[in-house]
Design a protein around this ligand. Sequence first.
Ligand code: LLP
Length: 439
Amino acid sequence: PASTTRLPAGDLSVGGVPLTAVAERFGTPAYVLDEAEVRARCRAYRHAFPDAEVLYAAKAFLCRAMAHWVREEGLGLDVCSAGELELVVSAGFPPDRIVLHGNAKSPYDLEAALRLGVGRIVIDSAAEIARLAAAVGPRGRQKVLLRVVPGIAAGAHHKIRTGTEDQKFGLSVADGSAQHALARVLDQPRLELTGLHCHLGSQITSVKPYLAAVRRMTGLMARVREQHGVALPELDLGGGHGIAYRPGEAALDLAALSCRLRAELSRSCAAAGLPEPRLLLEPGRAVAGPAGVALYRVLAVKRTRATTFVAVDGGMSDNPRPALYGVGYAPRLVGSAAARGEGAGSGAGSGTGSGMCDATVVGRHCEAGDILAADVPLPSGVRPGDLIAVPAAGAYHLSMASGYNLVGRPPVIAVRDGHARPLVRRESLEDIRSRDIGL
Ligand code: LLP
């Protein structure tokens, strides 16, 4: 599918809708979501993994329309709270196609999952086994997966690496806690263990860690079979598939992942004499990320000797990723402002040609670290009133948005075939006031 990171200079439309029109009609800041791109990305997964169960990781971005699109395209869902779960079920998502995650699931999470009848619950700790069994009750039986630590380091930043020993998720094979938990779950008549789960981390652009994970996990499944005589039917390899945030950056190659993963699974299972388990995958970012664009209005431009600070009407409250992970984006001017600065043939990301300057796009929040993109090329004529678009903004922006400085969360606008419609409205002052009980 066409990625918004590859918008040519001068192409200022997403889903056939000019971004200037979105800004005019819905205001800024706003998040624009390309429905066709989301759907195409879902279809690409179905095509690459026709026999696997692909679960969209709702934590990347969730609203009811998104759940609806994902369902129509044949994906299931990975949720990690009662909130995500209740929202998608209220949108008609079939609960049996939902997997519940969490290293510290609350009683509400478990209650909602059991009441609504989620397909599987991923057990993340030893303590959860008894808690879940008690919640299921004597007559019930819940399908579960067990999350194990594969002992593989992968992921773009230490804060999003979850496959190594020394982090909070899952049960360790190295110290025996996974084996112990496995025996307990298999002994528990209220729980039906359908398979094992691991999640390596996020923003992974190489296929290799996934192949290593297949070897580790099938090795463990072979031991389960030897010790307990059970051939587990499912293997969930989590998500983590990386995307390009800037022109020229590599994304994880889905076709290569599919081809090599399936080959490795066949080989490892044949070597261990195991029947091949059904694969489950949980991509979040790779489905939603490239389909979203963050749209801001420039409010102030400050030129110091070293830098041009371009201050916009959003910032770390709608996109905490640069502050959290130090990641880079490729913002660009849109509309007539872009034409003003970018001469023919030069585009954002193509370097500082004539008429371009090194700019640092900052937010409106009360800290110096509220930087959306440092040292990026923008037309030197950039001025207040101009519009700025940040591509690849569909995942882990709004889902991690905060209420900092009470600026209100931006709306989500879906675009498709030249039409725009709001999916989530802007958080209003009234929304903010209504939660505050007062004196
Ligand atoms: N499955 C599990 C169990 C997960 O914990 C996650 C992400 C996923 C699937 C989906 O991973 P994805 O395909 O989206 O990489 N806030 C960070 C990313 C945190 C990912 C958390 N878990 C960021 O903005 O980069």
